[in-house]
Design a protein around this ligand. Structure first.
Ligand SMILES: Cc1cc2nc3c(=O)[nH]c(=O)nc-3n(C[C@H](O)[C@H](O)[C@H](O)COP(=O)(O)OP(=O)(O)OC[C@H]3O[C@@H](n4cnc5c(N)ncnc54)[C@H](O)[C@@H]3O)c2cc1C
Length: 460
């Protein structure tokens, strides 16, 4: 069992409240954070050790979160939720990851992104409204299923899926290589190419699929970290669904991603990585202020080297948090605090304009937690290398940040390409011909090779 962050008298051993950007939060949100910290102390954190040891999906933590009304955090009060905004979502994820359980935080991120996809297009869809109203009462955990085995981290490119019209409804097929909470979630937001697909992979659609409609292999997840998040493969085979399982219009996949799933996934995962970085700092403070070197009469925290590590990590982590919270705040501004009714006009897509900022928030947070988790391990020495201090688990959890799609390699390439050549140069669905490359290659050919190429093209 790792050390706890709290003493028997309830005092917290981590980094102090003076490093919290409290001016960002409403009084209600600060109250929510206090309730969550207490829930983490009593329930979520003890369960985190169990999830990590046994690769156990954190269902118990979700039940506790549902009792606090967290599953409907962004669902309007009229539908039985808390009607909270983007800043609150980031705060909840960060708090769960920091004080409680990063696996639970990651599953919660995927749940929030799935709720966002449903809320974006809930207008006139009774099935979605009914589901949104039951999230907390019945502890209904949702998740996103995008990743395709054929395209790896290019999760927007769905090659192993299809949908076709089937009477009044549709028939769906899909293979997903990774799905957080796969086999444990109660409902899935899944994407396939559209029923009118004609070779254009930019034409894809979003569906609601229930737990008993997917083939999963629960318990097959063997990731290095985030062991409770159970991101296993799932398959949907010849599934007949009624028409109201289509979320939004046919072909809405890309719009749904830009306006709902991507923003919530990106600022959500950024908050998860920021929370882990803070959790690392907390353990470092608690450990280094207690560990003494009797020979020189100093605690580890008394060395300037250790103070430098911690000072740097506090500032880079808070910079990353500000990037995330600032992006969330702008989403709050432009959506009337996450008022989903603005989307009764299907053209209202304010979050989509912030996608580059959401990418940057994920990139900065994943990069920061990689560096901070490494340095905090150094600051706590060999003791941190052992599981008992709790850092080893957080270090493994943190490693997911960089490799989760969009990977940090992909994000920085997107940003560079967009910055230099414009967003159209991203060519997400591999549709734009690179005339410059063709001309350059043809230039290298002999007359005979050109003739052979021309003949091959004509034969095609
Ligand atoms: C803990 C965890 C949970 C996950 N949960 C989910 C989930 O709930 N739902 C879901 O849909 N997916 C999920 N994923 C999958 C994830 O989003 C990625 O799809 C997956 O990590 C990609 O792995 P890969 O081995 O296919 O990478 P590859 O695509 O093979 O990438 C290998 C390397 O190539 C680089 N690379 C790839 N494309 C480019 C490019 N265009 N430019 C430059 N470099 C490139 C990558 O950055 C990486 O360094 C999860 C992953 C993890 C680790």
């Amino acid at each position: 069992m790792a050390i706890d962050l709290w003493d028997d008298d309830g005092s917290f051993g981590g980094i102090g409240q003076e490093f919290e950007p409290d001016w960002l939060f409403t009084d209600t949100q600060k109250g929510l954070r206090a309730d969550l910290i207490e829930l983490c102390r009593t329930t979520l954190r003890p369960n985190a050790f169990e999830s990590d040891d046994g690769y156990i999906f954190p269902r118990k933590n979700f039940q506790a979160l549902a009792e606090l009304g967290m599953l409907g955090l962004n669902v309007p009060e009229a539908l039985g939720g808390r009607g909270e905004n983007h800043v609150a979502t980031a705060l909840v994820v960060e708090t769960i990851a920091r004080y409680g359980c990063p696996s639970t935080a990651m599953c919660y991120v995927m749940h929030s992104a799935a709720v966002a996809a449903a809320m974006l297009r809930h207008h006139g869809n009774d099935t979605l409204c009914d589901l949104m109203g039951r999230l907390d009462k019945e502890c209904l955990v949702g998740t996103l299923s995008l990743s395709d085995p054929a395209t790896g981290s290019h999760v927007w490119f769905l090659m192993s899926s299809s949908a076709e019209k089937d009477g009044d409804g549709f028939k769906l097929n899909k293979k997903a290589s990774w799905t957080t909470s796969g086999g444990y979630a109660d409902w899935y937001v899944a994407q396939t190419t559209s029923p009118d697909f004609n070779g254009d992979y930019a034409n894809f659609s979003t569906w609601l699929v229930m737990d008993d409609e997917v083939n999963a292999n629960p318990g097959s997840w063997d990731g290095m970290g985030l062991r409770g998040n159970q991101s296993g493969p799932i398959e949907i085979t010849d599934l007949q669904v009624p028409a109201n399982r289509l979320i939004g219009p046919v072909g809405d996949g890309s719009t749904s991603n830009d306006e709902a799933t991507d923003p919530f996934f990106l600022f959500g995962t950024a908050s998860c990585w920021n929370g882990i970085a803070l959790g690392m700092l907390d353990i470092t403070r608690r450990h280094t202020t207690r560990k003494k070197h009797i020979d020189v009469g100093l605690r580890v925290c008394d060395y300037a080297t250790i103070q430098d590590y911690v000072g740097h990590a506090i500032m880079t982590t808070n910079s990353s948090r500000m990037m995330t919270y600032s992006t969330c705040r702008q989403m709050d501004e432009t959506t009337g605090n996450c008022d989903w009714s603005i989307h009764s006009d299907p053209e209202a897509l304010p979050r989509s304009e912030l996608v580059p900022w959401s990418w940057a928030a994920k990139y900065m947070a994943a990069g920061n937690v990689t560096a901070v988790s490494d340095k905090m391990l150094h600051a706590c020495g060999g003791t941190a290398y052992k599981a008992g201090l709790g850092m080893e688990r957080l270090l493994r959890d943190a490693k997911a940040g960089w490799v989760m799609a969009p990977t940090n390699e992909v994000i920085r390439n997107f940003m560079g390409r967009a910055g230099l050549l414009g967003f159209e140069a991203l060519d997400l669905w591999n549709q734009t011909v690179d005339q410059r490359a063709i001309d350059n290659e043809v230039k290298k050919m002999s007359a005979e090779e050109k003739r052979a190429l021309a003949e091959r093209l004509l034969a095609d």
